[in-house]
Structure formats: C-alpha cells, structure tokens
Design a protein around this ligand. Structure first.
Ligand SMILES: C[S@@+](CC[C@H](N)C(=O)[O-])C[C@H]1O[C@@H](n2cnc3c(N)ncnc32)[C@H](O)[C@@H]1O
Length: 212
C-alpha cells in the first residue's frame, strides 16, 4: 500500500543518513563497505522495518540489508531505531530490480520475502517478487547452502509461488500452510501482526541453494 508523505519524513531520513542509501546513490561506499562485512542477510520489501529491526537486535553478528522502494516506509523504520542505534542494519531505498547488479560480488546467507505484494492480475504476475525471473536473481547472490524464506497471508500468491519453485534451481526445505511463527530465526512483520490478528493462516516456504 502506498504510504502518505508525512511532514517529518524527510527530516528523519536526512538525520539518519548513516543507516540509509537512496537509489540515486547506489554506488555509495556505504553500500560496498556494508556488503564487505561478514555474514550478510537481505530483506526485500521491508516496509516499516519491524522484521529487520527485531532480527538485527536478535542477531548482532549478522549484517542486514533491508530494501524498500517507499522512502516514507523507511522513515517509519528509521524513527524506530533513533533511540536504539543498531550498527548492523542498512536500509536501501530503491526498487530491488536496480540493486541486483550492485550485489553480484557478494553472497548472502538468507533472503527474506515477507508479505510481498500479491499482484493478482494475470498481466501483473511478472512483478511478483517470487516470480521465476526473480528466483534466478536470488540464486545468483545466495551462498551455497543459503536460503530464500517467503511468508505470506495470500493463498493465491503463495500457491502460485510454490508452482514457480518448480521452474527454479532451488531445493525445497519446507512448505507450511499454517506457520506458527515460532522459528527463532524469524520475527513478526507489521503485516503479519495484522493478519495473525484477523486469524488468517500464514503460509511459509524455505528453499535452499544447493550447488549442482
Ligand atoms: C505488503 S508490504 C509488506 C511490508 C512488510 N514486509 C511487512 O510484512 O509488514 C510490501 C512492501 O514491499 C515493498 N516492495 C514491493 N516491491 C518492491 C521492490 N521491487 N523493491 C523494493 N521494495 C518493494 C512495498 O513498497 C511494500 O512496502
């Protein structure tokens, strides 16, 4: 959902520039420096940051890149860490499609897709973050043994996404249609909190990159 601009948004972004790279600055040394650290994890479509902030607090030795194309969503995320500085998160404000090229030299442990947009119309399906073309891009930047983890409330998107896996090089580790949320290597997202509150079953798959 498109977020409305708030009057404080730009100030929060400007005041937290050490945590944040804008799409006009993808060659910024901040991104390459961050990617050159140890263990790397990527979240795509981070929204207001609930997931990545909790994960970064739980796993201080992992470096999290959170990509989100709406700057206002990132302003909400940055506001949450203002009083609680985290040095293992970098928010990148861009469409993920522009970022793949910049990430080719790095290998990620995990890529998280949380409650990605469903793009329900047939002609829009190609925009889904779980679409086969995207799976091929994720495969390239994951290390061997690295995982792609996708959670969703949406039955149609999830079932189609399971089908897309058949065309992909990934090996399926698990597919769950009523995920209890109890995996310690996970955190609740804003959308998840909403859908769990409504009693909607949360679906999740985990797939693994295995060298052929
Ligand atoms: C439905 S929201 C879910 C937000 C959050 N993950 C959650 O679960 O609460 C999907 C988010 O993904 C972002 N998004 C969608 N496609 C994207 C892309 N190609 N690159 C970066 N962000 C994207 C949208 O702007 C939106 O904030």
């Amino acid at each position: 959902m498109r977020l409305k601009n708030r009057p404080w948004g730009k100030t929060v972004l400007d005041n937290n520039s050490e945590y944040y790279v804008h799409d006009t600055n993808l060659d910024d040394v901040k991104l390459t420096d961050f990617c050159s650290r140890g263990s790397l994890v990527l979240e795509i479509g981070a929204g207001k940051g609930d997931f990545v902030i909790t994960m970064a607090q739980k796993y201080p030795d992992i470096n999290f890149i959170a990509v989100e194309m709406q700057s206002m969503a990132l302003a909400f995320a940055l506001r949450k860490i203002q009083d609680n500085k985290l040095n293992n998160v970098l928010f990148v404000n861009c469409d993920m499609h522009f970022l793949f090229e910049k990430l080719q030299d790095y290998k990620f442990e995990t890529i998280f897709l949380n409650f990605s947009d469903p793009w329900p119309k047939k002609r829009q399906n190609k925009r889904r973050l779980t679409y086969p073309t995207m799976l091929n891009e994720y495969y390239k930047i994951l290390k061997n043994g690295g995982k792609l983890i996708f959670k969703s409330d949406n039955d149609v998107l999830f079932n189609d996404s399971v089908e897309y896996l058949k065309e992909s090089p990934f090996k399926v580790e698990s597919i769950v249609y009523d995920y209890d949320g109890n995996d310690p290597y996970d955190a609740q997202t804003e959308y998840e909190t909403k859908f769990r509150g409504l009693g909607t079953p949360i679906k999740r798959y985990i797939v693994v990159k295995e060298e052929k």
